[in-house]
Design a binder for this molecule. Structure first.
Ligand code: IVH
Length: 708
């Protein structure tokens, strides 16, 4: 039962993905951007917003790959149209403006960023460019380093004394974090033999073991868990109170020099590393020099499979030209050196044990197999289960209970079991067999010919009723707080609730009997009663969503509520009337008709009416300013800042006359991206030249109908 919440989400996301696929097939339209100038302006706004979120607030709003893609697109246009290039363009800058809480520190030598190679072909192209750049040189040596996923800092020693430490900031000006850096154990405060001025640059990171320990402490103290080591490291370093930083057990790897006055002359980066090591600074042991580029490629490949071996997170390999004179000859753009490249790893995958394959029963009776996994940290969060969709998927992946399986995050959001590790499979393992009876009501499951799904067709199946009620009470539907899984199960087991209509007839004595073991729990009951009372006033669209009509999402529900104004009109509506609404297709129209042709469903509506649930739309809901009339705004990822949820945002768009479909097309006005957004919509938006914006821009859009 504990799994139902997650499977709701999964199914919903997957349904949306199918929609994306469907739309993608019919509307593959080429980039129709009015002008490069417009696109450049849009890209700069988006990149600046992402920079601010990532560097300024340590709260990235899009995956790195998406950010990289935007930056590349901008760089490509600027290369083609040098007239559009300005010194302020994000391609010419690094990071974000420094935060005001910390004193600004001007970097004497700018702290640059790195260009990325997303695969071995791009790495080979970089190699070719480098060879052209140093034409005539007898040989070319490479240094390979791990790319640490932390926070870049520059630490300044004067006469051997640590005098200042600063973040990268925008590359020219960073933030003074000296007091915090002084708490990091492997950074010396004094280096007796240091050159007169020595600026050491590198990455501050939180070891994975330290991250896990920290989260154990958070759990024990009932505090929220940290999402991943990188953000925790960044947040820890940017604390006003250094004692907080000291508790976080941060560490440092150095990889470069900034300003240096005095000290020995160096001609290669290996000499630099030797100097840093001899001064007692932490140099990563994996730094390796190669003269053959094939070895560089092998190093990158081998670290792709070993990426989880170290006790710190890495997201790639940095390949640099070793010879300092050659570096000089190659030079830099204003943002990144030409003599280095970051080879980025593809989305991460991890091996874990498939403990069991269980089946959950949804409110429509669909039986969905899902993997119960040994919890594993992958792609920034811990994964304990993943949907396996249906019987055929399990068979085609041939995953079996007891297998070691590869797990990854599809589109950076949804956990996915990729397949088994056959070499780890035990000799007596057997293919998994789909159960023949429902795990909840024990009646036979049915799979019709030509249908990929298996169903429990028993209307009275407790699991179906329970998931139906949980869905009805969920935040995106009727938002009844306090109606948790255990309570729902109790209500169904005791026969107090047989469908969602019965919820509004529950009495205080009934709930007291079910929930109260001692008198102090009476508050629980009172709270639940007022939550149920509050739900009587939810908008009509929420009632429609709560009923669980197949294929009906929030934006369609809103359109239908607006068009028909009350439930009776909807119950009576012909398929053609529903389909006539712009934005509603035949599948939804038929599903609504079918739903209300069912006498049981109509009886649920009557129970609502009898118990005072509002079943029409208010004047206020009808008259929201229609600033988005005819505009289509797609929302993806989780919005959890200003907006209650993504669906809340969609509702607001629709309230203002706009549309908010589940997929991007050429008619999309803007794509709003929350955290952990899926890749496919971003790719599509980028292909079609659709502006990609964040929550702040959405607020502006809702107020004015225009992008800022
Ligand atoms: S060298 C001028 N080496 O990656 C080149 N950077 O995406 C400066 N990073 O800003 C960077 N590991 O924060 C270098 N071994 C490594 C690195 C590394 C991680 C970070 C660094 C940089 C960012 C660029």
């Amino acid at each position: 039962m504990a799994y139902f919440g997650a499977l709701f989400i999964t199914t919903e996301v997957l349904e949306r993905q199918n929609l994306v696929f469907h739309v993608a097939k019919v509307s593959l339209v080429m980039n129709e951007f009015d002008s490069d100038q417009d696109r450049v302006a849009q890209l700069r706004v988006q990149i600046a917003a992402h920079n601010e979120a990532y560097h300024g607030r340590d709260e990235p709003t899009v995956p790195d790959a998406v950010y990289d893609q935007l930056l590349r697109e901008l760089a490509e246009i600027e290369q083609r149209r040098p007239d559009l290039l300005t010194a302020e363009s994000p391609t010419q800058l690094v990071g974000s403006a420094p935060n005001e809480i910390f004193a600004p520190v001007e970097h004497k030598v700018p702290m640059m960023s790195l260009d990325n190679a997303m695969d071995l072909d791009e790495l080979a192209s970089w190699h070719e460019r480098v060879l052209k750049g140093i034409e005539g040189a007898a040989s070319c040596e490479f240094v390979c380093e791990l790319k640490f996923d932390g926070l870049a800092v520059s630490i300044r020693y004067e006469d051997g004394e640590l005098v200042q430490a600063a973040t990268r900031g925008n590359g020219r000006v960073g933030e003074d974090v000296t007091h915090n850096v002084l708490t990091i154990e492997n950074i010396p405060h004094r280096i007796p033999d240091a050159p007169k001025v020595l600026e050491v640059r590198g990455e501050v990171y939180l070891p994975i073991s330290g991250f896990e320990l920290l989260n154990e402490q958070q759990l024990a103290n009932g505090e929220p868990l940290f999402a991943n080591p990188r953000n925790t490291a960044a947040g820890s370093l940017r604390q006003k109170d250094a004692t907080v930083t000291a508790n976080r057990k941060l560490a440092f790897w150095c990889y470069q020099l900034g300003e240096i006055i005095g000290g020995p002359q160096m001609s290669s980066s290996i000499e630099t590393f030797e100097l840093l090591k001899s001064l007692g600074l932490p140099v990563n042991p994996e730094v390796t020099q190669f003269s053959d580029f094939a070895e560089v490629q092998r190093f990158c490949e081998s670290w792709m499979s070993k990426r989880h071996d170290p006790d710190y997170e890495i997201d790639g390999v940095v390949v640099k030209i070793a010879d300092l004179a050659q570096r000089e000859a190659l030079g830099s753009t204003s943002r990144a050196p030409r003599w280095a490249i970051a080879f980025k790893f593809p989305p991460e995958e991890k091996l874990t044990r498939l403990v069991a394959i269980d089946v959950s029963i949804g409110r429509t009776g669909r039986a969905t197999p899902f993997a119960v996994l040994d919890p594993v940290f992958v792609g920034g969060s811990t994964v304990g289960m993943a949907t396996l969709h249906n019987e055929d998927q399990v068979a085609s992946k041939d995953v079996r209970p007891g297998d070691m399986v590869v797990v990854r995050k599809a589109g950076d959001v949804i956990p996915e079991v990729v397949g088994p590790s056959l070499s780890d499979r035990s000799a007596d393992s057997k293919p998994w067999v789909f159960p023949s009876v429902c795990p909840s009501c024990q009646l036979p499951l049915e799979r019709l010919e030509g249908d990929a799904n298996t169903y429990c067709v028993n209307r009275k199946c407790p699991a179906r009723i329970e998931t139906g009620i949980s869905h009805f009470a969920s935040r995106n539907a009727m938002d009844i707080e306090g109606l948790g899984e255990r309570t729902v199960r109790g209500l169904v087991e005791q026969g107090m609730v047989n469908d969602v209509g019965d919820l509004f007839a529950l009495t205080k004595p009934q709930l007291m009997e079910l929930l109260v073991s001692d008198s102090s729990n009476e508050t629980l009951v009172n709270n639940l009663i007022s939550a149920i009372n509050g739900a009587r006033e939810r908008p009509l669209a929420n009632v429609l969503i709560g009923l669980g009509i197949e294929h009906l999402g929030p934006s369609a529900a809103e359109l239908i509520a607006r068009r028909f104004r009350n439930i009776d009109n909807i119950v009576r509506a012909e398929t053609g009337d529903v389909e006539a609404i712009d934005g509603i297709g035949p599948v939804i129209a038929q599903s609504i008709r079918q739903f209300f042709d069912d006498e049981h469903n109509k009886s649920v509506v009557e129970k609502f009416r009898l118990n005072g649930v509002r079943l029409d739309i208010t004047e206020e809901e009808i008259h929201a300013p229609q600033v988005l009339d005819g505009r289509s705004v797609v929302v993806t990822g989780s919005l959890d800042g200003w907006f209650v949820s993504r669906d809340e945002a969609k509702r607001l768009i629709i309230d203002r006359g706009g549309k908010s479909p589940g997929s991007v097309s050429k008619s999309t006005y803007a794509l709003v991206v929350g955290s952990e957004a899926g890749q496919s919509k971003l790719d599509k938006a980028s292909d079609l030249g659709i502006p990609v914006v964040g929550e702040a821009e959405l607020r502006h859009l809702l107020e004015t109908g225009e992008l800022p």
